[in-house]
Design a protein around this ligand. Sequence first.
Ligand SMILES: [Zn+2]
Length: 60
Amino acid sequence: MALKWRGRIAVLECDTCDVEVESDKGESFDEFTARRKALGWTADKVGKTDWVHGCPLHKA
Ligand SMILES: [Zn+2]
């Protein structure tokens, strides 16, 4: 769900609160995914195409 793009920067927003995590310039989406997982962010698939995201505090 809460995946947004600001130009080429991917932004994920926690579905429980308003915390966001952004990809870095030049970081691939896979690298961003690995980094946010390492930070404790979680993603859960809902249905076939939707995701819920959780910050390290809330979890998805
Ligand atoms: Zn949160």
